[in-house]
Write a protein that binds this ligand. Structure first.
Ligand SMILES: O=C(O)CCC(=O)C(=O)O
Ligand SMILES: [Fe+2]
Length: 263
């Protein structure tokens, strides 16, 4: 991910939750999605960039189990490598992290299948392994773009395309702080455990969308755990809605991939 220069001012929007207003922007609505006799709530937080929040997509109990599974994982990882004795500390990210194959662990596999069933506009198998992030007190993820710089990630981008979308599963929220902030569009999301935030990283031209700059705000109290899938474009350019003007998918029409009823 492309890290931009770190700057404390970027945390300015981290305080209270910031959302668009559907009274002034009628496109910011909440849909009931019907799927397999279940209803899901999908709320549009922003159209450009396209950002949605699925409410309670992952059952509380499953989220808890995945947290427990990830704790064991991190211990295993420490033992295996034998050198990562302290949490990864860097200027850009102060969190513990680990990679995990999509379906290698029972509960993450369940979550993966659940996501794939519900987010059917994206082929999640193109995603990099789960990136599990555990933020302790004072932990954060500095403002960055998930979209890769093709110059410095040539091999990955050439073989799998770029990271068109990010799927962030909130497994546990911090007591205070730890919101997901998009400072350039005045969005500061305080999700619940079990919520899933999905956004597209590109403009309809396929270029990186500069408005997708985002961060995990510093944790003030408690411990936040999230699991990210960075979804690559390869093989699904044609399954995304297209624009007649350009030979690329049209993110504004992404919505039409969903079947929904009412508001
Ligand atoms: O934890 C968050 O709120 C943000 C995580 C993130 O930006 C990422 O995984 O790319
Ligand atoms: Fe990110």
């Amino acid at each position: 991910e492309e890290i931009i220069e770190f700057n404390e001012k970027m945390w300015e929007k981290c305080g209270k939750e910031l959302r668009g207003n559907s009274a002034t922007n009628p496109q910011l609505v909440c849909f009931q999605i019907k799927k397999h006799l279940l209803f899901r709530k999908m709320e549009i937080l922003s159209l450009q960039p396209f950002i949605v929040q699925y409410h309670n997509l992952v059952h509380r109990r499953l989220a808890k189990r995945a947290v427990r599974e990830s704790e064991v994982l991190q211990l295993e990882q420490l033992k295996i490598s034998g050198k990562t004795e302290t949490p990864e500390k860097s200027q850009v990210r102060a969190a513990n992290g680990t990679w995990l194959m999509h379906t290698n662990r029972l509960n993450f596999a369940r979550i993966f299948r659940n996501l794939q069933l519900n987010i059917d506009a994206l082929d999640l198998t193109t995603a990099e392994p789960w990136q599990i992030l555990s933020y302790n007190s004072d932990g954060y993820y500095a403002p960055h773009y998930d979209f890769l710089n093709p110059e410095t990630n040539r091999q990955l981008v050439d073989s799998r395309g770029n990271r068109i979308a990010t799927v962030l599963v909130i497994l546990q929220i911090a007591k205070k702080g730890g919101t997901t902030v998009f400072p350039k569009i005045n969005l500061n999301i305080r999700p619940k455990a079990g919520d899933v935030i999905v956004w597209l990283n590109t403009l309809s031209s396929g270029e990186s969308d500069p408005q997708t700059l985002h961060a995990a705000c510093p944790i003030k109290e408690g411990n936040k755990i999230g699991a990210t899938l960075w979804v690559h474009s390869k093989g699904q350019e044609l399954s995304l809605p297209c624009s007649l003007q350009e030979n690329v998918y049209e993110t504004k029409n992404f919505l039409q991939e969903y079947s929904f009823s009412g508001q």
